[in-house]
Design a protein around this ligand. Structure first.
Ligand code: ATP
Length: 235
């Protein structure tokens, strides 16, 4: 195992009853990279992500987070920021109050980061707004802000742009790239939309019917642009 591996998944296998949902999935993320997990609905992306958080128990396989094998401690998970499915907030509370509440769980010291993350995700002027006054795009960005509060080394984003319009998708993509470049945060982002991950990923892993059928690195992505689109559409 390489020491700069932030996340390593080896031969993950998961079945729900008779249905094999993950079939021998292996992948690794090196420090600082953006890894795009691309696949159609039902391909198995969320199940991979849930396994990292111990939310589903694989039948076999190994997961290492920062070189430590599962199960992970709370301290290990505090080095990870995540959005799994649509972020949920206390709708009647303000943006700031929601982030303060999160710090009660993650650690008081992160309260000092609230203004910075709100600036990073472009919501500083919305600090006093109640959540039910925010657009979907703002809520998605706030979800990212909350995930960043504890200065994570790894961000895991499961379909973070679900429901956003094209402009919102572009904004969100730029935001992830900027966080990766500013803080060196390693990112695992899942999507069923090729363009969402294609533009920013250093590596794309294509998941189909529970198998990681192909990995393509950034260096090859540009030259293969048409191929990968055709490939993806044919899945
Ligand atoms: P989507 O983009 O639709 O979320 P996905 O690639 O994230 O898709 P998963 O959510 O991992 O896919 O689901 C993979 C398969 O596993 C699907 O067929 C799904 O119905 C099935 N599945 C997921 N969770 C469960 C569960 N708890 N019980 C039974 N089947 C499940």
């Amino acid at each position: 195992m390489l020491l700069d591996n932030v996340l390593e998944i080896k031969n993950l296998r998961k079945a729900f009853g008779e249905q094999l949902v993950l079939d021998n999935v292996s992948l690794s993320l090196k420090k600082g990279m953006i890894y795009g997990l691309l696949g159609a609905n039902g391909a198995g992306k969320t199940t991979i992500i849930k396994a990292i958080f111990d939310l589903v128990k694989p039948q076999s396989g190994e997961i290492y987070l920062f070189n430590k094998k599962m199960p992970q401690s709370v301290e290990q998970y505090k080095k990870v920021g995540s959005i799994i499915e649509t972020p949920v907030f206390y709708e009647n509370m303000t943006v700031e109050e929601n982030l303060l509440l999160h710090c009660d769980y993650m650690g008081e010291q992160f309260k000092n980061n609230i203004d910075k993350v709100l600036q990073d995700v472009g919501l500083f002027n919305e600090k006093e707004k109640r959540i039910d006054q925010l657009s979907l795009g703002m809520k998605q960005r706030l979800g990212l802000g909350r995930a960043l509060l504890n200065e994570p080394e790894l961000l895991i984003l499961d379909e973070p742009i679900n429901g956003l319009d094209p402009e919102g998708i572009i904004d969100f993509r730029k935001l992830i790239l900027s966080i990766n470049q500013t803080y060196g945060t390693t990112v695992l982002i899942s999507s069923h939309i090729l363009i969402e991950v294609f533009k920013i990923a250093d590596m794309i892993g294509i998941v189909s019917k529970g198998k990681l059928i192909k990995e393509i690195s950034k260096n090859r992505l540009e030259e293969l642009e048409m191929d990968i689109e055709e490939y993806y559409l044919s899945l």
